[in-house]
Design a protein around this ligand. Structure first.
Ligand code: ADP
Ligand code: MG
Length: 757
């Protein structure tokens, strides 16, 4: 009887679903906007105006409307959107009328403007209207450049799709359960993935079938189409059907016809909602640049953090080793705010745990560009770019981690004197980037190089980290394409090395050194010829530098933003915490090893003669066998065995000495501990005796007292180190379980939610 009732109910649901779908299709078809029109230019209907089919059979227009509920989308999606999402953002208003009627989209809108919903809604709706079910297999693929961003998109999809019966999966690299994924991937309707993992499934999963794909989405499309992902993306696209809808979104969109040709777009709608906007960055974002010599960057960073202890901050550095070093060193100096770090060399579980943790806590996150794109960390107050971004687009994405949606935010860019050209590039970008130059108040600056040197002495492993940070930084500068901004020969390397606390400048591999030497010789030649010219023009040149240059530039910028900024006032208070402008109204990339690279790594040639194996350093440069170890100290040392011997002799001596000191220290510590324990025991006995004396038959009460005391004593002996606590916390986030268990839960939930609302 009950089964019959359920059957009947389901039939009714199916009927009403098919009626809704029919109606939606008629509505979409009847009122589709003309290709090339901008829905934002159409006056919106009143919020109280009727929606859908009117009594006379005519459908209301949906291009130009402001509310999600005025769109021809399913009731299930509307219920997923409400109450969090009621009114559409500009990119959503501009793109949804086109994407809902099946057009290809090339969408550009500022960071934090709501691009995610602009592609998730059409994906869900298309599959819903096609009555897609698990047996139909993969209906949509959404590709993201990073795992964290993919995870975030998956969360958003779960919100929007919670009432639908579609299944979805998160396929990202670094997870061990790839075999479990292989069993299920064909039953998933929407795949949110990173390119490497998708390609792995395409190549390894039996019967993996995406020949019926309906919608392909590339989030951070310009990044996905650049050379880093070229090989993987081309391989993926070659396996997808040509007849499909393609949606591309980013804050900095590619205009390269060649790139777009790879995707075979059909008459795409070019939607750039902020192209007429005066600025390329969110309006509520206050941006400043400061000229900071390379060897002062850590001092300024430290002073900045110390004066903003209540702010949530992301600090961008260029290499994993720098992130690790600055994080570890600052942690040891205890600034008074929790510190975290995120970079591509971390394990997937740890990365995801840190990402989630940073979403929730006011802390400082040191990161490489792995976090620069797409990530929607709530309420970030400051983005600090210690190392210069590689180009204007990278700058826009980094600062885009703050001032998201309706919130405000602040950013500061440290530029060493040789990187000043970047400021000109940012200012002349189209649309503009309203960034103003400020001076660092030197009297408010704390010098930490000495403390860093002590940290390096106290923790020998920090020395290696500092050296690697130094070497990888110099190499990263050397690898940069824009030579107007990045010039190794202009870097004060001795001073920089000292600023990291290193006793002497580490040697850089001969290739980089040669380049630096060559540049230095060229520079000397140039300076010599300029000096000859200078005799005639010296006065003119001087006045140009003092009055023109950066100062004039700053004035230009201030004029553009007169209402918002007062340069002198803010200059004075720069290192002083200001009232956070972030309204707490609501709660991205390094180079992951591609599958191809991984495969190569796994191929071990057992017949290769001993000692001929090639090694690669952090930046992918070939180094001689064992030189990778030697390079830490000095590349030259490999060639001079006598030097190596001496160095090891010295190291051995140092170690012996340190060993001795450690032993003395350890003995002292043990002695102190024993004394402390004895004292405690004595105190406890005395109190115990007092209890026994006081015990007037009220056992329960005395037990409570004793238990409390036992508990107290336990607490005082259980001292957890920071690291232990971190490991425990990390263990708490079972990120493998996050995606798989949640996928399962989602799929089950979706499959079981058959009631029609
Ligand atoms: P983008 O991809 O453009 O950088 P996101 O899609 O990550 O931006 O959205 C940024 C933030 O804005 C997210 O926290 C999201 O929940 C919120 N958001 C997006 N659309 C809306 C909307 N229509 N109403 C309210 N909040 C929104
Ligand atoms: Mg985004």
């Amino acid at each position: 009887m009950r089964r019959l009732k359920v059957k009947k109910l389901r039939k009714q649901q199916r009927l009403s679903e098919s009626q809704e779908i029919k109606l939606l299709e008629q509505w979409i078809d009847a009122r589709k906007p003309d290709p090339g029109t901008n829905p934002l230019a159409i006056p919106p209907p009143l919020p109280t105006a009727p929606v859908g089919r009117m009594a006379d059979g005519v459908f209301t227009p949906y291009a130009g409307c402001k509310l999600f509920r005025q769109l021809p989308i399913s009731r299930k999606t509307k219920e997923g959107l409400a109450p969090k999402y009621m009114e559409m953002s500009e990119i959503q208003r501009a793109s949804l009328p086109h994407s809902l009627c099946g057009r290809d989209i090339l969408g550009a809108a500022k960071t934090g403007s709501g691009k995610t919903l602009a592609f998730i809604i059409p994906v869900v709706e298309k599959l819903y209207r096609a009555r897609w079910c698990p047996e139909d297999g993969v209906g949509s693929i959404i590709i993201s450049p990073t795992k964290e961003l993919a995870g975030q998109l998956f969360e958003e999809l779960k919100i929007i799709g919670k009432n639908h019966t579609l299944s979805a999966g998160l396929l990202i690299g670094g997870r061990k359960d790839v075999d479990a994924e292989k069993d299920r991937v064909n039953a998933l309707n929407i795949l949110i993935c990173t390119p490497g993992r998708l390609l792995q499934h395409m190549n390894e999963t039996l019967n993996f079938d995406c020949s019926h794909l309906q919608v392909l989405v590339l989030d951070e499309a310009d990044r996905m189409l650049d050379k880093k992902f070229k090989g993987e993306l081309d391989a993926i696209i070659s396996q997808l059907p040509k007849r499909r809808q393609t949606l591309l979104f980013s804050a900095t969109q590619t205009k390269s016809v060649k790139d777009l040709a790879r995707l075979s777009l059909k008459d795409p709608e070019y939607i750039s909602v902020h192209s007429e906007s005066i600025t390329a960055t969110p309006e509520r974002l206050k941006q400043v640049a400061m000229e900071v010599p390379l060897d002062q960057k850590l001092n300024v960073l430290w002073s900045f953090i110390k004066s903003h202890l209540r702010s949530k901050m992301i600090v961008f550095l260029s290499t994993c080793k720098q992130v690790k070093f600055v994080y570890e060193a600052f942690k040891k100096l205890r600034p008074g705010i929790p510190l975290k770090c995120l970079h591509g060399n971390m394990k997937q579980n740890t990365r995801m745990a840190i990402y989630l943790d940073f979403c929730e806590t006011t802390s400082v996150l040191f990161s490489t560009d792995v976090a620069s794109r797409g990530l929607d960390f709530p309420a970030v107050d400051w983005v600090i770019q210690v190392d210069c971004p590689e180009d204007v687009a990278a700058y826009i994405h980094r600062v885009g981690r703050t001032a998201r949606f309706a919130s405000g935010g602040n950013s500061v860019l440290f530029l060493s004197p040789s990187e000043r050209e970047m400021l000109t590039k940012l200012q002349s970008a189209e649309p503009k980037i309203p960034i103003q130059l400020r001076k660092v108040k030197s009297e408010k600056m704390e010098q930490i190089s000495g403390s860093l040197a002590s940290v390096l002495v106290k923790y020998p492993e920090m020395q290696q980290l500092a050296k690697r940070a130094f070497i990888t930084y110099v190499r990263s500068i050397n690898h940069q394409k824009d030579k107007e901004v990045f010039d190794v020969s202009k870097l004060p390397l001795e001073e920089y090395s000292a600023s990291l606390g290193l006793p002497m400048k580490p040697s850089i591999s001969s290739k980089t050194q040669k380049m630096k030497n060559k540049k230095e010789t060229e520079l000397k030649k140039k300076q010599k010829s300029e000096a000859e010219d200078e005799i005639q023009y010296s006065d003119e040149f001087k006045s140009d530098v003092e009055d023109g240059g950066m100062k004039a530039v700053a004035v230009k910028m201030i004029r553009g933003n007169e209402e918002n900024y007062n340069v002198h006032e803010e200059e004075d208070n720069f290192l002083v915490p200001k009232k956070s402008s972030v309204e707490l109204d609501k709660s991205e990339l390094t180079h992951f090893p591609t599958r191809i690279l991984k495969k190569k790594k796994l191929k071990i040639n057992v017949h290769r003669p001993v000692g001929t194996r090639l090694k690669y350093d952090d930046d992918g440069n070939e180094v001689a066998p064992l030189a990778a170890f030697a390079i830490m100290d000095s590349a030259d040392a490999v060639l001079e065995p006598e030097k190596v011997k001496q160095r090891y002799e010295k190291l051995r001596e140092d170690m012996k000495q340190r060993d001795k000191e450690d032993k003395v220290l350890q003995r002292q510590r043990l002695r102190d501990k024993r004394t402390k324990d004895k004292m405690k025991l004595k105190r406890w006995r005395e109190e115990e005796e007092e209890f026994d004396e006081d015990d007037s038959g009220n056992n329960a009460e005395s037990d409570v007292g004793r238990n409390t005391m036992m508990r107290n004593s336990k607490i005082s002996f259980e001292s957890e180190s920071d690291d232990e606590r971190k490991v425990k916390k990390t263990k708490g986030f079972d990120t493998d379980a996050i995606s798989l268990a949640e996928q399962e839960a989602l799929a089950l939930k979706l499959l079981s939610s058959m009631h029609y609302s």
